[in-house]
Design a protein around this ligand. Structure first.
Ligand code: NIG
Ligand code: FE
Length: 420
């Protein structure tokens, strides 16, 4: 039959398909953040991992090559693969003692000041070798995949020396080779001041700009550079110095800002043309306006707010109304959010941030993809996008954030192959 489309993957009988159509052209903001573009009762076909057709009546429209993957969703909900836009998945030791200390009344900042926190993860990471770190991270990535995540941004930031930051980013590169997940690497040399620079913050900023970032850029080990701009960590000028250098070296910018206190960090991120400003519990109205004008993403991390039992939540409705593009992520790390589950983050976004289930889905798929520079390749189910899909044990999208604490994933499809 003339005009038939050739494919080697087909998923038929999708009950409710969240296409996020139009997502490949631009991120969603304001009222558009709830546009799921649902098609009921349809099929999705792909050729070599790229979506070539979405519609009804596949027999008439699609020719399958011999050996094709053929799958039925049996009337279930189907969505794009979830995108986790902010994680720290490479670490050598868990920190459950700090979890217990918080239960006994200590704060995140007090624990850090007492030698716990990021610095304790730095000590553990420096003592571990490449292979140990790969072996420890692989099961975390497996969990992410089983819970429906198909692309993950992954940060360094527990090395904080030339060799250890390179080691961490080489671990991320090795994981990207070994694992079916797509990994997007970020250098976070400005995560904390390492013990040897405790009394010489200027010296560490110079090490970052003169040695760490150039070494990372030369080896092409990162796409993004991030910095933790916060009281007691990197101040405004230090954060600016680090990120100016990163930008000169061709890296795009991300920031951990306004997490524990308001530092007008969102304004700095917007002013420097960052792709995203993450956390934002204490963002000001000026910061929100600056993000909206610059088109800088707000990446929301409701798991960290929950896990640290933060007294302050980000003003999410105000950000949506101002037109800030928003994404969701786990922040998966041993200190402030020990969870790989984007399903849980969607639940927390609805319960604690009063996002709607539709907003949570857009923020966890197409917008999350844009916030790591991938929106034109993945995050929506439309022709030309990567065939990354989740078949859910649910018949409509509201059930996913609603039914929490369980894994509702039935199947995960990555580039047109069933992987979980
Ligand atoms: O995103 N805010 C700073 N960094 C991490 C925490 C890392 C850690 O505690 O190890 C975060 O929450
Ligand atoms: Fe983080």
């Amino acid at each position: 039959m003339p005009g038939k489309i050739e494919a080697n993957f087909i998923l038929t009988d999708c009950g409710e398909l969240l296409t996020m159509a139009g997502g490949r052209l631009s991120p969603r903001r304001a009222a558009d953040l709830s546009r799921l573009k649902i098609i009921n009762g349809c099929s999705v076909a792909a050729l070599d991992g790229i979506i070539v057709w979405v519609g009804a009546d596949p027999e008439a429209q699609v020719t399958l090559q011999p050996g094709s993957v053929e799958l039925s969703a049996r009337g279930r909900l189907v969505s794009p693969g979830l995108v986790d836009a902010h994680t720290h998945p490479v670490f050598a030791a868990t920190r459950e003692l700090e979890f217990e200390m918080r239960a006994l009344g200590k704060s995140y900042a007090e624990i850090a000041a007492a030698g716990g926190g990021i610095v304790s993860s730095v000590k553990a990471l420096r003592a571990a070798d490449h292979q140990q770190l790969v072996n420890l991270a692989l099961p975390r990535l497996d969990t992410m995949l089983k819970f429906g995540t198909t692309t993950v941004e992954a940060k360094s930031g527990y090395g904080l020396s030339v060799d250890d930051e390179i080691k961490m980013l080489e671990v991320i590169a090795a994981l990207a080779e070994r694992h079916v997940l797509d990994l997007v690497p970020t250098v976070l040399a400005g995560h904390e001041f390492p013990p040897e620079y405790r009394d010489d913050h200027g010296g560490y900023v110079r090490l970052i700009t003169a040695e760490i970032l150039p070494a990372v850029a030369e080896r092409k080990l990162a796409e993004f550079s991030d910095v933790f701009y916060e009281q007691g960590v990197f101040n405004r000028e230090q954060a600016r110095t680090v990120q100016q250098k990163a930008r000169e070296l061709g890296l795009q910018l991300k920031f951990h800002v306004d997490q524990l206190t308001n530092q007008e960090g969102a304004s700095l991120a917007a002013e420097m043309g960052a792709i995203s400003a993450d956390h934002l519990e204490y963002v000001s109205s000026d910061g929100i306006a600056a993000l909206a004008v610059a088109g800088t993403f707000g990446v929301l991390l409701p798991g960290a707010g929950y896990f640290l039992d933060m007294p302050q939540r980000p003003p999410v409705r105000q950000m949506i109304e101002a037109g800030v593009p928003l994404a969701l992520a786990t922040d998966c790390n041993p200190g402030s959010c020990m969870s790989e589950s984007m399903q849980l983050m969607m639940n927390l976004a609805c319960v604690t941030y009063k996002m709607t289930p539709a907003e949570a889905f857009c923020a966890a798929t197409t917008n999350a993809a844009w916030s790591i520079g991938r929106g034109d390749r993945l995050g929506s189910v439309e022709i030309g996008q990567q065939a990354d899909l989740v078949v859910w044990d649910a018949d409509n999208y509201r059930q996913v954030p609603y039914h929490f604490g369980v894994n509702l994933v039935r199947r995960v499809i990555k580039k047109g192959r069933v992987v979980a």
